[in-house]
Design a protein around this ligand. Structure first.
Ligand code: ASP
Length: 567
């Protein structure tokens, strides 16, 4: 019997033991999630000045306005949130999104934004990362695609949603896309496991480094020409899990805001002279250039021009070949394209110029050799370019072939439906049995290994209960989220703590798992009871889980803990 077959015949997963968390009065209700809104400016919050030009409204105006809109702030909700918070009415997913707005000063038209502003946004996400379920960045549309691209690179090992949005008309106007864009961005950031920098606009959530602004007169302002949306927001919100860029490292979230801004974009045109190209590339500080070429990456292949490009390459200037076409990729189909490659220009595949430029600035600032930087530019760091060779094909799976045959299924949609119905149970059983081979087989048939079962428990919850470090490590490398909560409100970290699996707790912490601020408050009470019962092992495990408060007595004095055996 195969390991998958063995997995199927064994019992279902065990639940955590008796160390269940006692929900206390200090905890917010289970249905509450918190989102931080970083309000940087843009049309969404603009009003007309005396001349009729749109300018950012005065400080505090946006939040005051939002508190008057019933579907953006539920006044009736008790307990009342702090004064700088708003709360959405209960959503279809039975969640309450409580959101706080951090308003930047000054608020900016995004045409005035620079890399220093991207850095500020990234640092704010870093500072507040553990306090919130997700983040929304309110931003002008003009340079939004540059910001969302830059943030996607700056945010390393991101495990929570960061949704950038704005609008074409001010939110205060009768007809506006602002209210809807903000509402959906809040729902996406608070309720869904999308560990990416996304850009939400006009019913679509796009990957932030795949978008470009294509229309300044329509609500449908953005497109993602080479990647379908991460989510389609229609009557239902449909998350396209197969497209999401799942994390693959057991590393904590951090931001790297260092950029080398000595980069530029040169758009070729018929008749461009050698002098123009030479002057552009010879600028002494130029470290990297995006060459916007014709069609699938072609340029005039006259020798004098190729010599100028070769010389720049020899000086260490990194040049990336991106197409001027909206859709499609740079290939080596034509001799004119091959000549550029020979002269040292690297293929940018299907990267947007916005993504290529911000990636180049990010990569150039890394402390790496020139060769390593060139390598980095050619691989997908955050899903910004397409690497077709890595995508598993559902119909290639032998397991799926057998099922399809016995059910007489032959269309892709039906196959996907069968897979989606079967795999949550199969992956949880495989995780319980420590069967990495079966997990691999399931992955090969396109299962995402993050899907929760009917109790909302993911394979990572199961492996954390089992204390199986190898499986936990494997699942984390395949995109499992340390932040997933089951329907009891528990994360894999809770499970590992309750089941007392020290090594799993350490590994989850290393990957960024943490308790929420309110759980931290409760943990202090927990520490008291562990001290009272002389449970040194329990105390150690909670401390490994990041509960750093030392237990204090009624006078606030630290209790000196003396280990004694558990009865
Ligand atoms: N000029 C505005 C900005 O980018 C346009 C907008 O927000 O739609 O800030």
């Amino acid at each position: 019997m195969s390991s998958l077959g063995r997995a199927l015949s064994r019992s279902r997963l065990s639940q955590p033991d008796a160390f269940q968390v006692q929900k206390s009065l200090t905890q917010p209700p289970d249905d509450e999630v918190s989102v931080l809104v970083l309000y940087t400016g843009g049309t969404i919050g603009m009003v007309e000045d005396k001349t009729g030009a749109l300018v950012p409204a005065p400080p505090g105006y946006l939040i005051q306005y939002l508190r008057t809109i019933p579907f953006l702030h539920d006044e009736e909700y008790t307990p009342p949130p702090p004064t700088d918070c708003c709360v959405l009415p209960l959503s279809k997913e039975k969640k309450r999104v409580v959101y706080r707005i951090k308003e930047y000063n000054p608020l900016l038209d995004s045409s005035n934004m620079s890399p220093a502003d991207w850095e500020k946004i990234a640092k704010d996400i870093e500072t507040n990362y553990e306090q919130y379920t997700g983040f929304v960045v309110l931003h002008g549309t003009d340079t939004m695609a540059y910001t969302s691209s830059a943030l996607s690179f700056m945010c390393e090992n991101l495990g929570k949603p960061v949704i950038v949005t704005g609008s074409q008309l001010p939110i205060y106007q009768l007809r506006t896309d602002g209210r809807d864009n903000l509402l959906v961005a809040l729902l996406l950031a608070g309720q869904f496991n999308i560990p990416e920098v996304g850009l939400y606009f006009y019913q679509k959530l796009y990957r932030g480094n795949r978008v470009t602004k294509v229309d300044c007169a329509s609500f449908n302002a953005f497109t993602s020409p080479n990647l379908p949306p991460l989510a389609d927001v229609e009557i239902d919100i449909k998350i396209n899990k197969d497209i999401i860029w799942w994390p693959s490292k057991t590393e904590k979230f951090s931001v790297d805001t260092q950029l080398n801004c000595n980069v530029g974009v040169l758009r070729l045109f018929p008749g461009i002279t050698d002098e123009t190209v030479e002057n552009f590339l010879q600028c002494p500080i130029m470290a990297g250039v995006i060459l916007e070429t014709f069609g699938s990456g072609n340029a005039p292949d006259r020798q004098s021009l190729m010599d100028i490009i070769s010389q720049a390459s020899a000086r260490g200037v990194i040049m990336i070949n991106c197409t001027q076409c909206l859709r499609g990729s740079v290939t080596s189909a034509y001799a004119t394209g091959q000549a550029l490659a020979k002269a040292g220009v690297i293929a940018g595949f299907d990267m947007t110029p916005e993504a290529a430029l911000s990636k180049l600035a990010y990569v150039l600032a890394k402390n790496l050799s020139l060769e390593e930087k060139k390598q980095m530019m050619q691989c997908s760091l955050r899903g910004e370019l397409t690497d077709d060779s890595k995508k598993p094909k559902l119909c290639d799976s032998r397991f799926i072939q057998v099922i399809a045959k016995s059910l007489s299924i032959n269309c892709d949609e039906e196959l996907a439906a069968v897979r989606d119905a079967l795999t949550p149970t199969l992956v949880c059983v495989a995780a319980k049995n420590g069967d990495i081979e079966a997990l691999d087989a399931l992955k090969e048939m396109g299962s995402d290994l993050i899907t929760a079962d009917y109790d909302g428990r993911t394979p990572l919850h199961v492996a954390a209960c089992e204390g199986d470090v190898k499986v936990v490590e494997y699942l984390l490398s395949k995109g499992a989220s340390v932040y997933a909560r089951d329907c009891f409100g528990e994360t894999p970290l809770h499970n590992a703590v309750h089941c007392r699996h020290k090594d799993v707790v350490k590994l989850l912490r290393k990957t960024g798992a943490h308790f929420s601020p309110s759980e931290m408050v409760d943990a202090k009470t927990k520490l008291h009871s562990l001290v009272a019962s002389g449970d040194s092992e329990g105390l150690e495990i909670w401390q490994l889980a990041g509960v750093d408060q030392k237990p204090t007595d009624v006078n606030g004095e630290f209790i000196k803990f003396t280990a004694c055996p558990r009865s």
